[in-house]
Design a protein around this ligand. Structure first.
Ligand SMILES: *[C@@H]1O[C@H](CO)[C@@H](O)[C@H](O)[C@H]1NC(C)=O
Ligand SMILES: *[C@@H]1O[C@H](CO)[C@@H](O)[C@H](O)[C@H]1NC(C)=O
Ligand SMILES: *[C@@H]1O[C@H](CO)[C@@H](O)[C@H](O)[C@H]1NC(C)=O
Ligand SMILES: *[C@@H]1O[C@H](CO)[C@@H](O)[C@H](O)[C@H]1NC(C)=O
Ligand SMILES: *[C@@H]1O[C@H](CO)[C@@H](O)[C@H](O)[C@H]1NC(C)=O
Ligand SMILES: *[C@@H]1O[C@H](CO)[C@@H](O)[C@H](O)[C@H]1NC(C)=O
Length: 612
């Protein structure tokens, strides 16, 4: 309850003193209640969909019905909201609530445009998901989907022509085929921004961050700039590995590496391949941690036991204890692909409950994922003291950063030893630590620039600096930021922008970038605060930090999480990490030992760094 008061106090303190308006109050309360009911129906429909699988018609219909209901309701709100805004009525909290009203989005378009925008979006999405490629040198065998078939062929292949064939074929079938649709879509997107009250479409693109286009891009640029030295060293190293594998002709010096070869290499870090696969693992003899077997031996062999083990982890941080009914009612997801199944907490807005769904515990990833799912659960519960309109995270993926921070701390060799999951002392020594940082680094350091380019290209299009189908501009960004080039020069005859894996055409990536960066910032802050990390002390590096049993953290987390989106994300950060902005420093500190090693290796092996 006291957190609520803090919020009221802060809001009242920092803003103009206009009094609360009684009519507005009734309107806002009513909106909070009605929205909560509709949101709950939507959550129930999504849950049904998750439990019954993606092809269940009842669930799909239910989703459509609630979507429709929400749209109708939001439309009915719009004129009244505009009136209150225009009159400038209400105190700062009331104005905050008004500011967080759901927007109409595409629904603001004329019926004709609306139909078209949905047709374009679903057409493009279908295209990525349903395109079937012909197998290499088998023109009659045309049933291969990108995921999982083509992906697994390419990841396992050492035949360069085959890898190249799929790279080109996928782009021909997804990119070029949707080029005119992409152009038309971006135009309608600009129109949508206008109709939602945004003069600049790039501001609308980043609206969920509550930053305008320019502010977001300068934050992202700062992050990319900070990442650059580490990225360049890592890039040089991977290029060296690729050269060993494929030869100097395909991977020349001082040039961006070929994207199709790099994607296979980096993609394998996401597939958790065996240590032997990496040509230049820092210390092959030290190997990579694999606790799958030990989890079973230690009795953590069912999701239920893992659930309670992790619940105890968070309770020991000082977060609320979970009630036993949560597990009693938890349901197993029927997924046709266990590797893509995740544990998940479900929040409701009006119903006084939370649901939990889980997956079979087939490997260690599902173990660490439990930390993320329960962090979400605590988040939802903490934020539930806010009215419906202010219960969301400060920006999308914010909660993921907290969950990932703790799953990262839980995967530190110190904690795993404490759990009895790692026996040998070697895991805390530098060689094994470098291996872990190397694989983690492949998953983080190379992803950020790819995400950056996705948003950057769209922002340049939306702000009118480049044409929506300027493929050459796309490759200029790609080469500059990701250090990767197409196997052969691409021109404006082709179109590669939409070809990125499984993205929806209007997905915004800045919040993914910020979330990933924040996860390390949180880790550095919490580990410093608890004395588990000391800068310059080789006995206490950040990658060994174990946060278990740090009772003081719960209060900080609870306080920040319970703010929901009642204040801007920067104010939440201030509570959480005593800093007003997302910063790359934590990530750089985390990977510092790896960066030192990479730099030394690159020098020793006379590897070129960067490209021209
Ligand atoms: C609106 O809700 C708040 C908080 O629940 C309450 O204090 C206030 O009295 C309500 N106002 C009206 C007009 O119902
Ligand atoms: C959707 O795709 C189909 C087949 O690719 C095409 O005929 C149709 O014109 C597309 N629709 C739009 C709105 O572009
Ligand atoms: C089609 O090609 C894939 C990939 O090479 C192969 O696994 C599959 O068996 C082939 N199917 C037929 C019917 O030849
Ligand atoms: C981890 O160990 C399990 C069980 O021993 C095994 O099935 C799995 O392939 C291993 N994973 C890796 C990445 O080595
Ligand atoms: C959700 O939780 C409620 C009560 O907490 C329970 O009655 C219900 O069965 C749960 N539903 C699912 C699908 O897990
Ligand atoms: C952000 O959220 C989306 C949707 O829940 C999820 O698919 C994605 O993996 C998240 N990204 C990060 C970096 O956590």
């Amino acid at each position: 309850m006291w957190t609520c008061l803090v919020v009221l106090f802060m809001a009242g303190f920092t803003q103009a003193k206009s009094p609360p308006d009684a009519t507005l109050d009734t309107f806002l309360n009513d909106t909070n209640q009605q929205l909560a009911v509709i949101y709950d129906q939507a959550v129930l429909a999504q849950l049904l969909n998750e439990l019954r699988g993606p092809n269940d018609l009842v669930a799909l219909l239910e989703i459509e019905v609630t979507d429709d209901k929400l749209i109708k309701y939001v439309k009915s709100l719009t004129t009244r909201k505009a009136k209150f805004k225009r009159l400038g009525l209400g105190d700062s909290r009331q104005r905050r609530l008004l500011a967080k009203f759901p927007l109409l989005g595409y629904e603001a378009l004329s019926p004709r445009d609306l139909k078209r925008v949905y047709a374009l979006a679903s057409n493009m999405s279908d295209n990525y998901h349903n395109v079937k490629l012909c197998a290499y040198k088998q023109p009659d065998n045309c049933t291969l989907r990108l995921i999982p078939q083509v992906q697994s062929i390419v990841q396992g292949s050492r035949d360069l022509d085959e890898i190249e064939y799929y790279w080109f074929e996928w782009r021909r079938r997804t990119g070029l085929a949707t080029r005119s649709q992409f152009v038309a879509f971006m135009d309608l997107y600009k129109k949508t921004a206008q109709l939602n009250g945004y003069d600049r479409a790039e501001d609308y693109w980043f609206r969920s961050l509550e930053l305008n286009g320019q502010e977001t891009m300068s934050l992202l640029d700062k992050i990319m700039h900070g990442l650059r030295p580490l990225f360049l060293q890592f890039h040089a190293h991977v290029r060296g590995s690729l050269r060993k594998m494929h030869g100097e002709r395909l991977v020349p010096r001082n040039r961006p590496y070929p994207q199709h070869l790099a994607e296979v290499f980096i993609g394998n870090a996401f597939r958790r391949v065996q240590a032997e696969w990496y040509v230049d693992l820092p210390s092959p003899e030290a190997g990579l941690v694999n606790i799958t077997q030990e989890l079973h031996r230690r009795g953590l062999s069912t999701t239920q036991r893992v659930f309670w083990n992790v619940a105890e982890y968070f309770r020991a941080l000082g977060l609320p204890q979970l009630e036993s009914s949560l597990w009693t009612y938890a349901q197993k997801v029927s997924s046709d692909d266990d590797d893509r199944c995740w544990h998940k907490a479900w929040r409701y807005y009006a119903l006084p409950r939370t649901n939990f769904t889980y997956c079979p515990l087939n490997d260690e990833e599902r173990f660490f994922n439990m930390f993320e799912a329960q962090a979400d659960l605590h988040y939802y519960r903490a934020a539930s003291i806010q009215p419906t309109l202010l219960q969301e995270e400060p920006f999308p993926n914010f909660s993921d950063a907290i969950g990932k921070c703790f799953s990262m701390a839980a995967s530190s060799p110190r904690f795993l030893r404490k759990l009895g999951l790692l026996k040998e002392g070697k895991w805390k020594e530098l060689p094994a630590r470098l291996n872990r940082l190397y694989v983690q680094g492949l998953r983080v350091v190379f992803l950020l620039p790819v995400f950056y380019v996705l948003d950057r290209f769209r922002i340049e299009v939306l702000s009118g600096h480049i044409k929506a189908d300027d493929n050459e501009a796309y490759w200029r960004f790609t080469e500059h930021y990701t250090g990767a080039a197409a196997p052969t020069k691409r021109t404006n005859e082709q179109f590669d922008v939409p070809a990125k894996l499984l993205m929806e055409v209007d997905d915004q990536y800045a919040s993914h970038i910020l979330s990933i960066v924040l996860q390390f910032q949180l880790l550095e802050h919490f580990c410093t605060k608890t004395g588990q990390f000391e800068k310059g002390n080789p006995k206490k590096p950040l990658d060994l930090c174990d946060l278990s049993d740090q009772r003081g953290l719960g209060e900080i987390l609870q306080k920040a999480m319970s703010l929901g989106s009642s204040v801007y994300y920067r104010d939440v950060l201030q509570e959480l990490v005593n800093q007003p902005e997302i910063s790359i420093d934590g990530l750089l500190t985390y990977f510092q030992p790896l960066q030192d090693w990479l730099q030394h290796q690159n020098q020793q092996n006379k590897l070129d760094v960067g490209w021209s």
